[in-house]
Write a protein that binds this ligand. Structure first.
Ligand code: ATP
Length: 756
């Protein structure tokens, strides 16, 4: 083994040099930061904001360098021409700009993920370097030499199998980690796919769709930094819990500027956390709301039933129906949103009233007289009421809450709905918003706009100032040499902005409903309703999207069972699809059983091959007392998998009605099985950090656990047979990385029966 020890020692030397370089760069970023901060609070506002901008720049750089500590370098390519190229989390060069480490996203790193013996791409050997902290603990070589190929090679051949299996075997921490060291070829093709257009990634559970989507976001930010740093990247996930689960991945890849949100949070400042019936959510998810909201808005632009008499300055005037009709037509011709077109309507009406006044009184009116008269008309209560009734200034919230609370408004706006469907949507005034309301509110906000003439004037002034700042920033960058691809004049200028705190693109974007992004990533995309798609696509006019999901896992009634049907309406058929087929999460026995169940239920599954199997991964446990049996199984699994260091996750997954009973049974049992101290430690964990947890299938969406106890599959599916919640069962079965125990009193669904 002397050869291997020598190799390890050699790699250790290289890794030591790379960390030394990293330390030097960190020290230099810190020193620059300290210099900038030391320069004190003196100077002109211009100087101060310049100093703040550089402080942000250097602290960003220091934070990025800090984030890449773990597994800084993880690969080596030995090329045909004798070059050895190290691949790692970021690119590093020495003082003479010679490459020490190649960023995993650079074209030069691509063969690390793609080269095969059949297509070696100039690579002789691929080496995975495994490190713990800064110590090299292992190496794994693949010779990409056709002579070394014994068996046939197929699409599922794993690269760096040892490193991959080691990472899959690790205890789960409740936070997703990056997979940068072991991205597989089929995944890499998706990660590096071009920016333009909409890419749909369909794949069964555990095929790495989420991981791939996040690595793709990091890749695109690297490959198109100038464009995307300014416009931003939006990530839409299914829930806050899910966003928390993945929130360390992008920072570990050196990217912190991505805006992460859920559909419920898509409109800044709006809380939509109430839960509603799936049937109502399905109706609210239909595309018909584009027309319905338009009609609801139009209903606030209304010609009165009869002329309205008003008396101004002792003169009798009439708000005439035909004037209102003409003024409405005129305002609509501006093609502005309702509230923004309102001043045109009002101006038009007031001018017509002035004309009437002139005719009635037969008076010569000077400019001054007209101005005074206009002011009188504007402040007259009756005139105001009549004009408001004809063109009502209204907020999105008020418009939509009127639709839900006032049956006649809904009937008028959405005549295509049946009376039963309309009844489903009825709410008492003051109800809280739900997720399905948000795309409708967004549509309303879009069609209403804001009456923001003052804000607009301010924005124009700010834009003029910004142009000057960009010019200034360009000069600063030229003279300081701080550009180097890390920051451009626009970015720096936005940080120079004198007013308010220094906002990053992500901060500005997340506070602005009308922001348009350079790229949008949608995860668990099968859950989105057509209206939610409409709201998301609006935010990316270039239609540059990465859409990942699995139409076999859909649980929302408004979600998609086919990508064609979900996307053609909003993307006009302009999207491409890639498929992932290897399940990295779930052991083969579990993945195969889940696949059989899903196929028997007729779900639109993708082909799925598990990357590994584990003995005893699937246990079927019949019991006459499933609650007790599930609690016992979970306690035993907790003993096996849950560590006091916070690693290891066990979930009991059950239909909602059983959850409270299971929680109580488990709480009673854990002290006896784990000891009272360990049980007490677990008992006080926050729900999102809980190492042992009892949840419904929908709570587990996108997440994973070391072991899962699945309680009574029949209850999860529900009584409807073929129309039941099979997607939920498919999700629940495919959460464990190590073991699935199915506890049941009733008959198991087809496909879940022990074969042989
Ligand atoms: N190339 C890889 N190397 C190491 N781990 C990987 C790789 N690909 C995926 N994994 C791991 O497999 C697990 C499943 O990945 P992920 O959650 O991205 O799958 P998914 O397709 O989004 O699943 P689901 O459809 O169930 O939400 C994760 O723990 C992920 O880190």
């Amino acid at each position: 083994m002397a050869g291997r020890q020598d190799e390890l020692a050699r790699e250790q030397e290289v890794v030591d040099r790379l960390y030394a370089r990293l330390d030097t760069l960190r020290a230099s970023a810190r020193a620059r930061l300290a210099d900038v901060r030391r320069s004190g609070p003196s100077g002109s506002p211009q100087n101060r904001s310049e100093r703040d901008a550089f402080a942000t720049l250097y602290s960003d750089r220091a934070a990025r360098l800090d984030a890449v500590e773990d597994r800084l370098a993880f690969g080596r390519l030995d090329l045909d021409d004798g070059e050895q190229r190290y691949v790692g989390r970021i690119g590093l060069t020495d003082d003479e700009h010679r490459s020490l480490l190649t960023d995993w996203r650079a074209p030069a790193a691509q063969p690390f993920y793609r080269a095969t013996a059949v297509q070696p791409d100039g690579v002789r050997r691929r080496r995975h370097v495994v490190t713990a902290g800064r110590t090299v603990t292992g190496i794994e070589d693949e010779l990409l030499d056709l002579d070394a190929v014994t068996d046939g090679i197929d699409a599922t051949t794993l690269s760096g199998e040892g490193a991959l299996l080691a990472s899959l075997a690790q205890r789960r921490t409740g936070r997703m980690g990056d997979i940068v060291a072991t991205i597989q070829a089929e995944q890499d093709r998706i990660v590096r796919d071009e920016l333009a257009g909409a890419l749909v990634v369909q794949g069964g559970p555990g095929t790495g769709k989420t991981a791939v989507a996040l690595h793709r976001a990091a890749y695109l930010l690297y490959a198109h930094r100038r464009l995307l740093e300014r416009s931003g990247v939006l990530l839409v996930g299914p829930s806050r819990a899910f966003l928390r689960y993945i929130d360390q991945v992008l920072p570990s890849l050196g990217e912190t500027g991505v805006v992460a949100t859920t559909v419920a949070e898509l409109v800044p400042g709006l809380r939509a956390d109430a839960v509603e019936d799936g049937a109502a959510a399905e109706v609210k998810g239909r595309l018909l709301w584009r027309d319905a909201v338009r009609r609801a808005v139009r209903a606030r632009e209304r010609v009165p039933a009869a002329d309205v008499p008003v008396r101004v300055d002792g003169v009798d005037l009439r708000i005439r129906r035909r004037d209102v009709r003409d003024a409405i037509a005129r305002a609509r011709r501006t093609h502005k949103p309702h509230n923004e077109a309102r001043p045109t309507f009002v101006r038009e009406m007031l001018n017509r009233l002035v004309d009437q006044y002139r005719t009635r009184t037969d008076a010569e009116l000077s400019d001054h007289d007209v101005a005074v008269l206009l002011e009188d008309l504007r402040s007259d209560r009756d005139v105001r009421v009549a004009l408001n009734l004809a063109w009502f200034p209204i907020s999105a919230e008020k418009l939509v809450s009127d639709l839900w609370a006032k049956p006649h408004r809904l009937a008028q706006a959405a005549p295509e709905l049946s009376a039963a469907e309309r009844l489903l949507l009825h709410r008492a005034p003051g109800f809280p918003w739900t997720e399905a309301d948000v795309p409708i509110l967004d549509e309303a906000a879009e069609l209403l706009g804001e009456d923001d003439s003052v804000a607009k004037a301010e924005a124009r002034a700010r834009e003029a100032a910004r142009v000057a700042e960009v010019e200034y920033a360009r000069r600063v960058l030229e003279s300081s040499g701080a550009g180097g691809g890390l920051v451009d004049a626009e970015t720096l200028a936005s940080r120079f902005a004198e007013s308010g705190p220094l906002l990053t693109t992500a901060e500005r974007a997340s506070a602005d409903r009308t922001w348009t992004y350079g790229h949008v990533v949608v995860d668990e995309a099968q859950e989105l309703s057509p209206m939610a798609w409409h709201a998301i696509v609006r935010r990316v006019p270039t239609r540059s999207l990465t859409i990942v999901g699995d139409v076999a896992q859909t649980s929302s009634a408004a979600g998609a069972r086919s990508w064609d049907r979900a996307l053609d309406a909003v993307l006009g058929g302009h999207w491409r699809i890639a498929e992932l087929t290897v399940s990295y999460r779930t052991p083969a026995a579990v993945a195969d059983a889940a696949q059989r169940v899903a196929d028997a239920a007729g779900l639109p599954t993708s082909p799925l091959t598990a990357a590994r199997d584990l003995p005893g991964a699937l246990v079927l446990a019949p019991s006459t007392d499933p609650v007790d049996a599930a609690a016992r199984a979970a306690a035993d699994l907790a003993k096996e998998h849950v560590g006091p260091d916070g690693a290891g996750r066990v979930a009991v997954v059950a239909a909602a009605g059983t959850v409270p009973g299971l929680r109580a049974a488990l709480a009673d049992l854990l002290p006896a099985v784990l000891g009272s101290e360990e049980a007490a430690r677990l008992a006080v964990q926050r729900p999102e950090d809980a190492q042992v947890t009892v949840v419904t299938p929908r709570d587990t969406k996108g997440l994973e656990y070391d072991a899962v106890v699945l309680v009574e599959p029949r209850d999860i599916v529900g009584a409807q047979g073929a129309g039941g919640r099979w997607g939920d069962l498919y999700v629940a079965m495919t959460r464990p990385t190590q073991r699935l125990v199915v506890v049941h009193a009733h008959e198991l669904p087809a496909g879940l029966v022990h074969e042989g």
